[in-house]
Write a protein that binds this ligand. Sequence first.
Ligand code: TYD
Length: 211
Amino acid sequence: MNQNFISFEGGEGSGKTTIIKQLKIDLEKQGFKVLQTREPGGSEIAEGIRQIILNIANVKMDPRTEALLYAASRRQHLVEVILPALQNGNIVLCDRFVDSSLAYQGYARGLGINQIYELNRFAIEDLLPGLTIYLDLDPEIGLRRIKDNNRACNRLDLESLEFHKKVREGYILIAKQYPTRIKVVNGSLSKEKLYEGVKKIVLDYFNINGD
Ligand code: TYD
């Protein structure tokens, strides 16, 4: 576990990226060095793996292959980007980390949360975030947001609504499994309220007075 490592989780269109950007600005105002990064990808090799995983042409990808590729991409990203940034005294804000694999591959794809955790232990060597913010949102709303924003569609966006509902169920189970690390936030709140809620959790976590 690393105190300065914070991950953000949620289904498609849950607003992670917008929140991370704003949080980076606010933490920098408080004098912190902050690195914003994302999975899958975040380094040249890991981005290469991302292209393979998310390519809509790869419809034949086996679920275990998918899980292994996410873990491989995570490993490379950890070694090349996250660990050096932590060693240099940064707070790392990461858009998705191991809980995405637990929810998507472990639960929604049915490979098993514990099995996928074991697979990922090899990749992350027990380096879990100190804090994880899970933005909980009905996938019907999230998928509609993506459509309205014209975000490019990837292979996982093409999955059925049922799949995305399972992802949400998976996240809720995982959040119950790690109640100290994972904080659940209601993703259907207005942008402003949602951000205020997340900011308060993060400032409290670092014992900073937000005023
Ligand atoms: P991305 O375009 O980054 O989506 P988002 O903006 O929602 O994060 O695509 C990442 C996709 O990969 C997303 O559908 C979630 C999925 N994913 C997994 O299935 N397992 C994982 O371990 C990770 C990191 C992502």
